[in-house]
Design a protein around this ligand. Sequence first.
Ligand SMILES: [Zn+2]
Length: 269
Amino acid sequence: MSGLDISERPSPNHDSRDDVAESLGAGTPRIDMLVLHYTGMQSADAALDRLCDPTARVSAHYVIEEDGAIWRLVPEERRAWHAGVSSWLGETTLNTVSIGIEIVNPGHEWGYRPFPEVQMEVVEALCRDIMERRRIPAHRVVGHSDIAPTRKSDPGELFDWRRLARAGIGLWPEPSAELRERRGRGVGIVERAAALSDLARIGYQVEPSNLTPAVTAFQRRFRPERWDGRLDGETAGRLSEVRQAVEVVQATEEAARRDRFRGYHRRVN
Ligand SMILES: [Zn+2]
């Protein structure tokens, strides 16, 4: 691994990523998603103890402390238990296809505070390393609250997604200047319908009768200055920007996949 100093702290809480594929000899299971969390406990030690406690039945592949120390709890090839009941782009068995990183922070319950620079540098380095080795696309790097908006708020609005996106980790299109003027303004029926469609297209599970959890999760991630769960004009505009960014990345990826496929055919023919 690229110069990362990782200490081992094995957790018993993991299982096979794909029993069926393994028993059929069907090869390596797909791992194409990265889920970022905060620990939400009073100390790093408490979090590590819990993530290694067999009765707690939770874990993650990595834990990153506030001073930048990295612990590996579960080998990437194994399935760690971090996502829980969750959904992204309609897919629900997200532990099976993802790598989970717990970032130490007391969280909203115990005194949420900014993530120190030294910790963010390590988060960035580890994410880049995993994404390069696993070829994880930028739009499949998510926060726990993105995939479980009714239950979770981590890593939360203080987490610097913009900074990570500049390093190629996750998406963060720069908000356009005119968006700010629409903050707090209401939206019409047409705009509301478009926003629902944008949320779903980006990946969020949407309940049309109760948009608040998905909108709040989206705001924490893409408009962290105000996460009131209200679909105002600024949020609707931001949704449209993020959706476009997702579609551009997916189209680029699709083209690259086609090129690889053609290259393969040239070699075998
Ligand atoms: Zn979490």
